[in-house]
Design a protein. Structure first.
Length: 180
């Protein structure tokens, strides 16, 4: 990929790996290094950043619409398959494999919530405890889950038990990473 672009307007971005939110000014030269999961990863003179898909136009790319087309189940419950599909749209900006195939998602539970309809609880981990992008990845997962029809609230919790290891990567993920 590695296409050099010039930002056409100021844009909100998340610095990698610190997870710090920042504004990149119009005119910034950025090399597009990854386009996965509804966001863009760019490299600038100031480091690596993630830009949301809705801001693709500033890179001369398409604006990514993350709307979910899924039916609800009986009683308005969200379809668990749609939630898993959304989780497969979440990527660590430095790794070209989604968090499900990386083996980072330990559990996903849907329950009724009297106040909000249906709640989704996700327990996930990261590839390394010091990953500064952890909160940004968890927030990305939560945002994508909330797009599923029937979901009223979502909680994405990062846990370190059990510790992640490469054996947790799916076969598809291992193929993408060249581990098979």
């Amino acid at each position: 990929m590695n296409t050099v672009r010039t930002l056409t307007r100021e844009v909100a971005a998340t610095q990698i790996p610190s997870g710090e939110k920042t504004l990149l000014p119009a005119g910034t030269r950025a090399t597009l290094t990854q386009k996965l999961g509804g966001s863009y990863t760019v490299s600038t003179d100031s480091g690596l950043f993630r830009i949301e898909g809705r801001d693709g136009d500033t890179l001369g790319e398409a604006v990514i619409d993350n709307t979910v087309q899924a039916a609800t189940l009986a009683g308005g419950a969200p379809d668990p398959a749609a939630i898993w599909t959304q989780l497969r749209q979440v990527f660590d900006p430095e790794i070209p494999v989604n968090i499900v195939d990386l083996g980072l998602v330990y559990t996903m539970d849907v329950s009724e919530d009297a106040a909000a309809g249906y709640k989704v609880d996700v327990a996930m981990t990261l590839t390394a405890p010091g990953c500064g992008m952890g909160p940004a990845i968890a927030e990305d997962a939560k945002t994508k889950i909330l797009l599923v029809p029937g979901v009223g609230t979502a909680d994405v919790r990062i846990t370190w038990d059990p510790p992640w290891n490469q054996s947790m990567i799916s076969e598809e993920g291992k193929m993408k990473l060249g581990l098979l």
